[in-house]
Design a protein around this ligand. Sequence first.
Ligand SMILES: [Zn+2]
Length: 91
Amino acid sequence: MKSKIILTALLSVSIMACAQETPKVKQKKTKTTVKSNTKSPKFVNAIDPICNMKTEDDMKDTAVYKNKTYGFCSTYCKDEFKKNPEKYAKK
Ligand SMILES: [Zn+2]
């Protein structure tokens, strides 16, 4: 009769162990919200090549050189660019 008790005890232990062993499967749904910052740039240069200002913030003038539109913060910078576009233009 005692054997039955031991058996149930063993069973319960094994069940406990089994419960501990079962890996907690947490389905982490990682939402990969990739921000699509792939909007086509209006200008080839993000920075004014003359004065190194960010053209996106303060655009005053543009110049087209070799079918590429360059943005400038001022007409002065545009003129400087036009004087020597090869020097400032992106290769
Ligand atoms: Zn400038």
